[in-house]
Design a protein around this ligand. Structure first.
Ligand SMILES: Nc1ncnc2c1ncn2[C@@H]1O[C@H](COP(=O)(O)OP(=O)(O)O)[C@@H](O)[C@H]1O
Ligand SMILES: [Mg+2]
Length: 396
């Protein structure tokens, strides 16, 4: 993996004055997939004491810092924000899941540290092009590194990562937080799905589970947002939103002038119905896109975003559809179902404003829009009961 095509990470590094931050060419993306236990001291030294300068991003779990180990490997270290049982659980889930997965489109585990009571850190390989979010709506949006070919590659790669989670590992894994900030980009803009803190392992023979709702509004499947019903098709729904976001460059939830919030599906639906595809595509591409791939992408997104979970395709089908352009789909009229979350849910969406978009300086931590923690779903009625769902369901 060369670093010649890396853009953003190297810029970030170059901005820094200290020689400590100079890149070690070739260290990034070390193909060895072994992991080990790190000491706290080692990570403290590697990240220059978890300095603000080295902060790469922030999410629900904690802050992520750039660092370099004594042997020259560039790493990203996720450090727990605060120590409580919820955070401890996320740490345990992420380490457990990461230890099980190995796929070129999933960000694997480089190591972890679970020293004293306050020390919970996860170590990954550093991804020099940071997150997809930073390119679509964040600090790199103005530079347009994501041309059409790269976008298509990101779509297919992340779909393959999800396919692996859903179909290739046992027990199957549901990610539950598929979104642009959880797709990282290596030096060649290859996508790696990251952040398994909310992941759920699905025991064999179980079709869905009912859980407390976690994730990001805008990407949440309706049955999951409303009733906590989680299955692989929740990830498929989120993937559909992500796909539409990559094609259009729009955020999943946008705040319109006047404060009204609009979902990406509400915006896209009328344009798709009228077949006005060229108006859907991200204007930053300046017309440089493949029309057939665009149509097929929208077709797949529409299939993934159906409100009835049973009708959505599996990730296997999604990958198949994305890889082969199916001319028959052209004849079918494309429909998209726009979703409008309940007012109560929309009110929980913390930050959907557009001020962070474009080329202005951008702090990814402020773009954790829509992240809300656990929501009590027990009080809500499970509508699936009335249909006498015969498949096994598990509450957990
Ligand atoms: N390996 C990495 N390389 C570069 N940036 C990273 C890496 N891991 C995380 N980040 C940055 O940190 C952000 C938060 O990381 P994430 O794993 O999603 O944590 P959280 O569980 O807190 O959401 C990401 O959106 C990304 O910007
Ligand atoms: Mg995250």
């Amino acid at each position: 993996m060369g670093s010649s095509s890396s853009c953003c990470g190297s810029e970030k590094v170059d901005e820094r004055k200290s020689s400590v931050y100079r890149m070690t060419i070739g260290a990034v993306g070390n193909s060895s997939s072994t992991w080990r236990i790190f000491t706290y001291k080692e990570l403290q030294v590697a990240t220059d004491g978890f300095s603000e300068d080295n902060k790469l991003g922030e999410g629900g779990f904690g802050s992520v810092y750039w660092g370099r180990t004594a042997d020259g490997l560039q790493i990203a270290v996720k450090k727990l924000k605060s120590m409580n049982s919820k955070a401890e659980m996320e740490f345990a889930v992420e380490v457990e899941v990461l230890g099980r997965v190995r796929h070129k489109n999933l960000l694997g585990l480089r190591g972890y540290c679970a020293g004293g009571a306050e020390q919970r850190l996860i170590v990954y390989d550093y991804m020099p092009n940071l997150s997809l979010l930073s390119h679509l709506h964040g600090q790199f949006a103005g530079q347009v590194h994501l041309d059409w070919k790269r976008r298509m590659n990101i779509v297919i790669g992340s779909a393959q990562g999800l396919l692996y989670l859903h179909h290739k590992v046992t027990p199957h894994i549901i990610h539950r937080d598929i979104k642009a900030s959880n797709v990282l980009l290596d030096s060649n803009f290859e996508p790696l799905v990251a952040d398994f803190g909310f992941a759920k392992l699905i025991p064999e023979g179980v079709s869905h589970m009912t859980t407390r709702v976690k994730g990001t509004l805008g990407y949440l499947a309706p049955e999951y947002a409303m009733w906590g019903k989680v299955s692989e098709s929740c990830d498929v729904y989120s993937f559909g939103i992500l796909l539409l976001e990559i094609l259009t460059g729009r955020k999943p939830i946008e705040k319109l002038p006047g404060g009204v919030k609009r979902t990406i599906t509400e915006w896209a639906e009328p344009l798709i119905l009228k077949g006005r595809f060229k108006e859907l595509v991200d204007p930053k591409l300046r017309g440089n896109f493949d029309e057939n791939q665009l149509k097929q992408g929208i077709h797949v997104a529409a299939l993934c975003m159906q409100s009835e979970a049973e009708k959505r395709p599996t990730m296997k089908e999604v990958v198949g559809l994305l890889k082969g352009y199916d001319p028959k789909s052209e004849e079918k009229q494309l429909r998209i179902e726009s979703i409008r979350y309940e007012e109560g849910l929309m009110a929980k969406d913390q930050d959907s404003d557009d001020e962070n978009g474009g080329g202005s300086p951008y702090d990814e931590s402020s773009a954790a829009y829509g992240v809300f923690g656990a929501m009590d779903v027990q009080k809500m009625q499970d509508p699936y009961k009335q249909y006498g769902d015969r498949r096994t369901a598990k509450h957990g």
